[in-house]
Design a protein around this ligand. Structure first.
Ligand SMILES: [Fe+2]
Length: 189
């Protein structure tokens, strides 16, 4: 099968001016293109490449969201709760799409993943990340590779950092608004 839609690319107008976060965003677009190329390419080793790519995507999501959320916490950013809710909702969508593919092994399910990532990211950068432009800076962003941050996110219950909206004090996350947010893979509480 060929992926029908052209994939959006990162362009400098999507820069939010923080080096590590801009590099993360570009990595997601490269990964979205890789997923598209795998689906469009030959059969050889396709399944292993897909599994590798989706594992990297899951790690990137954990690591990149952790990077932004640690910086927002350090800067006492006043729109952190809404931002983390947006991150959690998207992570749930991606994890669900990957789980669907793993259940069906249908390349259409994996083919949908590249555009899902690129389209969401463009909108998120321009609408949500853009609001912390000028509030966060290179100085308050942890610039370690995403893999290290992903590990931190999985142990953040013991750290003084928000790993997901579950970590907010009770009452901070408005319960009446939309779906309740959970840690990935768990049922909403
Ligand atoms: Fe974000």
């Amino acid at each position: 099968m060929k992926s029908a839609a052209a994939l959006i690319k990162w362009t400098p107008d999507l820069s939010i001016g923080i080096d590590a976060i801009d590099e993360d965003h570009q990595a997601f677009f490269r990964l979205a293109a890789l997923l598209r190329d795998i689906v469009d390419g030959g059969e050889n080793e396709k399944l292993q490449l897909i599994e590798t790519a989706v594992n990297i995507l899951e790690e990137y999501i954990e690591g990149h969201f952790q990077r932004e959320q640690m910086a927002m916490a350090q800067a006492n950013y006043d729109q952190m709760v809404e931002h983390i809710i947006a991150h959690d909702a998207f992570a749930k969508r991606v994890h669900a799409q990957i789980a669907r593919y793993r259940g069906t092994q249908d390349l259409n399910d994996i083919g949908a993943l590249g555009p899902m990532v690129a389209d969401w990211l463009v909108n998120h950068i321009m609408v949500v990340d853009a609001k912390f432009k000028g509030v966060l800076s290179n100085e308050n962003v942890d610039d370690r590779p995403m893999a290290y941050l992903a590990m931190d996110r999985n142990t953040c219950e013991t750290a003084d950092m928000p790993g997901s909206s579950d970590d907010f004090p009770i009452g901070v996350v408005p319960q009446e608004e939309g779906e309740q947010i959970s840690r990935y893979g768990e049922e909403a509480r």
